[in-house]
Write a protein that binds this ligand. Sequence first.
Ligand code: PLP
Length: 250
Amino acid sequence: MEKRFEDTTMEERLADIKKRIEAACKRAGRDVSEVTLIAVSKTKPVSMIEEAYELGIRHFGENKVQELVDKYNELNKKYGDSIKWHQIGHLQRNKVKQVIDKAVLIHSVDSLRLGQKIEEEAAKKNIVCDILIEVNIADEETKYGINPDELIPLFTELIRMPHIRVRGLMAVPPIVDDPEKNRKYFSKLRQLFIDIKSKNIDNGDNKIYFDPDNFNILSMGMTNDYEVAIEEGATMVRIGTGIFGEREYK
Ligand SMILES: *Cc1c(COP(=O)(O)O)cnc(C)c1O
């Protein structure tokens, strides 16, 4: 019988997740070093992030810019650049400036206007910002992300921006009871990823800033479906509840 969440320690939960990640990699014939675990710490206190850090976790995901910035300011004093922040939630244009030099990766770019804003702010700070394009993979009305049909046109625009580096794709498929139901979406995202990676992009064109070797991140899979996502090729899994427990929203 599975233990109740309350009866486990974070150390036990992380060990269990690592074991499952390894098993999923093995089933898929992949090396475990290909998969990065992002601990999604949104709504959770700094003390729990410190606990996870002490247990070896280095990548943390946040939805809200203000929360990411606050936690960055508190924890990067202590840990320096060894702690990495991922902006995984929807990003508003007026928040771009605050987050681009604090997040190592923005997972949620889904419009040209947002891309242009990132380009503008990154240019001012003289940095190159790593991003993923978020795809609305199941065509859900309520979800963020670009429609699959519009992915290539958006990609084609973003790779013309010198202060943006497009690193891969991200998706948040439907919430399902049976993770197998999402396998087709993970597989579809991977296919879109491969299509782009193998696309013949003229690198002799000096207005294009794209290197297919750096296009190597597939961010998909959460607490309920990360094992299936890994079997389908995920290189980053974003796990919140499975590490930190249910979230309470005030
Ligand atoms: C909250 C969140 C997660 C983590 O979800 P869990 O089901 O708690 O693992 C992953 N990705 C995104 C984009 C999220 O907003």
